[in-house]
Design a protein around this ligand. Structure first.
Ligand code: MEV
Length: 318
């Protein structure tokens, strides 16, 4: 039987989360070793389509009236795609999805599922998919899930490359020097849309203060991009620490994230900050080299990280 497969990476934001929603630049990189995978097979076209989310241990018929709540986002994405792309049939397929990306932890789990489904469904019906269309469609899905996303998450997941992103402008692909990053999950899940909405109401109450904070975050994204391209560990680390100071000021950090950030810095990380919406989820630390990354990872595990990941920038993109 013919099987189609697709896979997409997780992502982290190195600079600019939240401020990017207000027009400031962000720098985001894929996490190539942490991925979501899909496999699709054609079955008799008269048979009901089946969706199997193996890591969630859920299997259900696409025609079912009652959708298990844990796979609602997958189901909604599939229906959205069928509405957009008439050639995609509602019957006659079986889709298996497996994701290693922690859900709701700032690593782009929802963007990854959106990009993954769009890719595999287009492959299934043999319709070519240009990068622009992939980004446009996955942005529509992100809006569906999060309200007012900037589009950075689905863009970095779709391109699988580091990006310099400004909302509403063409993105730029970056070519970073070699860097070693360690990501720690503090164990608390938060909905991106809720945190973004909280920041929006804080901004509404004090546009001047928040506007200035966003501007400073944007400056760090511009500076951080240069440090990334120039291979400057100290400069990049210092910019990450400054970005974290500003994220604290917009009130999106939390004790659990601060605990992991302190652990990473005590282990000698060049810099550390939360990544993604915050108030839970993940932080990222910059290690000096691969061996040092092992030490930082150990420090995060000892400090109680629910999960930790090592990823290397550069060689994958050459
Ligand atoms: C979430 O990964 C990043 C935010 O800036 C939201 C967005 O850009 O859509 C918090």
């Amino acid at each position: 039987m013919h099987t189609i497969t697709a896979s997409v990476p997780a992502k982290i934001i190195l600079f600019g989360e939240h401020a990017v929603v207000y027009g400031q630049p962000a720098v985001a990189v894929p996490v190539l070793d942490v991925r979501a995978h899909a496999e699709m097979i054609r079955i008799d076209e008269r048979e009901t389509a089946v969706i199997h989310a193996s890591d969630l241990e859920i299997q259900y018929e696409f025609a079912a009236q009652k959708i298990p709540s844990k796979v609602k986002h997958i189901d909604e994405a599939m229906r959205f795609l069928i509405r957009q792309q008439m050639e995609i049939p509602e019957t006659g397929w079986r889709l298996d999805i497996r994701s290693d990306i922690p859900i709701g932890r700032g690593m782009g789990s929802s963007a990854a599922i959106s990009v993954l489904l769009i890719r595999i469904m287009h492959q299934f019906v043999s319709i070519p998919l240009a990068m622009d269309d992939l980004i446009r469609l996955s942005y529509e899905l992100e809006k569906y899930h999060h309200g007012t996303p900037s589009g950075v998450d689905n863009t970095v997941v779709a391109t699988s490359q580091p990006v310099y992103f400004i909302k509403g402008e063409p993105f730029e692909l970056l070519e970073p020097a070699q860097f070693h990053l360690v990501i720690g999950d503090c164990g608390i899940g938060k909905k991106t849309g809720d945190v973004v909405a909280d920041v929006a109401s804080a901004y509404k109450n004090d546009e001047k203060k928040y506007g200035e904070l966003f501007q400073c975050i944007g400056d760090l994204a511009r500076f951080g991009r240069l440090m990334l391209e120039n291979g400057d560990h100290e400069g990049l680390g210092a910019a990450m620490n400054s970005n974290q100071t500003l994220l604290r000021q917009i009130n999106v950090s939390c004790d659990e994230l601060e605990n992991l950030i302190s652990a990473a810095l005590s282990a000698g990380a060049c810099g550390a900050k939360l990544c993604g919406a915050g108030r839970g989820g993940c932080m990222v630390a910059l290690a000096k080299n691969e061996q040092h990354a092992g030490k930082v990872k150990q420090a995060l595990d000892n400090a109680g990280a629910a999960n930790s990941f090592y990823t290397r920038l550069k060689q994958e993109f050459q």
